[in-house]
Design a protein around this ligand. Structure first.
Ligand code: BG6
Length: 306
C-alpha cells in the first residue's frame, strides 16, 4: 500500500500519519500529546522515540542504510526467528529475516490524546519459507505514550510446533558511555560471546569500557541505564523473556562496520529484551508467544553513589 492508501485507512488526526521516508521507504509518524515516534514498515523498525521534554531515547546511526535487504542500524531492529547466527546454516542471515522484511499495517487506534497504538504484521511467504519452513503470523504492537511499549507476538498458524529465538534489539542513546552504568543485572550470570561463550558472573553494575557482547541468563528484571552525562535514567522493562543481551561494539568493531560511525560506540548501548541461548521458545500450533519491552526515560538523575 502507498502512503496515501495507508493514510486513508489508518491515519488518525493528531496522532498518526504515513509518508515516504528515507529512500522512499514508507514510514509511520506518531505525534501525540506525550511523545513522538517514527516507524519504518521495512523491518517493522522503530527508528525514533522521543517523549515530550526529552531528547530521543533511541540511538540511530548517521550511516544507517535504508535499503531493501539491509537491516537499519539503530532504533529497534526485530531479531526473529533466530538470534545471532543460524545454528545449522551460517549462510542464512544473522538475526533472522524479520528485520529485513516488508511488514504490513494491521491496525491503528488512539485510546486517549496521549496514547497511540500501531499494529504491524508479517506472515509467511515464499521467501520466508525458503529460509524457515513454517507458517506464522508475527505482529508488533507499538504503543506510543510517555512510555514506549513494544509487544512482539509470534503465532504458529501451521500444524507442527516450531522453535523461535528473538530479540527487541534496542539501541539506546547515551551522553557518554564512559559515564554510563547499567543496573538490574547485578549478580546475574552471562555468556560472554567474545570469550567462547564462557559463563561469567556479573559483579555490581555493568560498566562498558571495552567491546561487550553478553547474553545475561535467567533474568526477568528491568534494567536501568544511568546516563550521568545526559543526567537521565532510561528504564527498560520486559516480559516473556528470561535473557537480556548487552552489546557495544567499541572502537575496533565500529571501524569495521560500514553503517556505524567510528566514534558511534561512545553514544550508544544496546539492551536487548531477548529469547536467546537456552531461552528459545517452542510455539505449538494455534498458540502464541509474546515478548514485551517497555522503555521510558527519567530526567534529573545522577549516578548511584554520586
Ligand atoms: C548482538 C549480538 O545482538 O547484535 C552481537 O550479540 C552482534 O554478536 C550485534 O554483533 C549486532 O549484530 P548485527 O547483525 O546487527 O551487526
Amino acid at each position: 500500500m502507498s502512503p496515501d492508501e495507508l493514510n486513508q485507512r489508518f491515519a488518525i488526526q493528531d496522532h498518526l500519519t504515513f509518508e515516504a521516508g528515507v529512500n522512499k521507504l514508507t514510514r509511520a509518524l506518531v505525534d501525540n500529546q506525550s511523545a513522538r515516534a517514527e516507524i519504518y514498515l521495512h523491518g517493522g523498525h522503530l527508528t525514533s522515540f522521543q517523549p515530550n521534554g526529552q531528547s530521543p531515547l533511541l540511538w540511530m546511526s548517521d550511516l544507517a542504510r535504508f535499503e531493501s535487504g539491509k537491516a537499519i542500524r539503530g532504533g529497534v531492529p526485530i531479531v526473529w526467528p533466530w538470534f545471532g547466527a543460524h545454528t545449522i546454516d551460517p549462510s542464512k542471515p544473522q538475526h533472522g529475516f524479520a528485520r529485513t522484511s516488508q511488514w504490513q499495517v494491521a491496525e491503528s487506534s488512539a485510546p486517549s490524546g496521549s496514547e497511540t497504538i500501531l499494529k504491524l504484521c508479517l506472515t509467511n511467504n515464499a521467501e520466508t519459507q525458503s529460509l524457515w519452513p513454517h507458517s506464522f503470523e508475527l505482529t508488533l504492537r507499538i504503543t506510543v505514550s510517555e512510555t514506549l511499549r513494544l509487544e512482539l507476538t509470534t503465532r504458529n498458524t501451521g500444524k507442527t510446533p516450531f522453535e523461535i529465538g528473538c530479540a527487541l534489539h534496542s539501541y539506546f542513546a547515551v551522553g557518554d558511555i564512559a559515564r554510563t552504568t547499567i543496573t538490574g543485572l547485578d549478580d546475574c550470570h552471562y555468556l560472554d560471546q567474545l570469550d567462547d561463550n564462557k559463563s561469567k558472573a556479573q559483579q555490581g553494575a555493568v560498566v562498558i569500557n571495552e567491546e561487550v557482547d553478553r547474553i545475561y541468563r535467567e533474568t526477568e528484571d528491568e534494567c536501568t541505564i544511568c546516563d550521568e552525562a545526559a543526567r537521565r535514567y532510561i528504564h527498560v522493562g520486559k516480559s516473556g523473556s528470561r535473557s537480556t543481551v548487552v552489546w557495544n561494539p567499541w572502537s575496533l568493531k565500529a571501524q569495521g562496520m560500514r553503517d556505524f560511525p567510528d566514534d558511534g560506540y561512545r553514544s550508544m548501548v544496546c539492551i536487548e529484551t531477548a529469547n536467546a541461548a537456552d531461552d528459545t521458545r517452542t510455539v505449538d500450533p494455534g498458540e502464541n508467544h509474546s515478548l514485551i519491552q517497555l522503555i521510558s526515560g527519567r530526567l534529573g538523575a545522577s549516578l548511584p553513589g554520586h
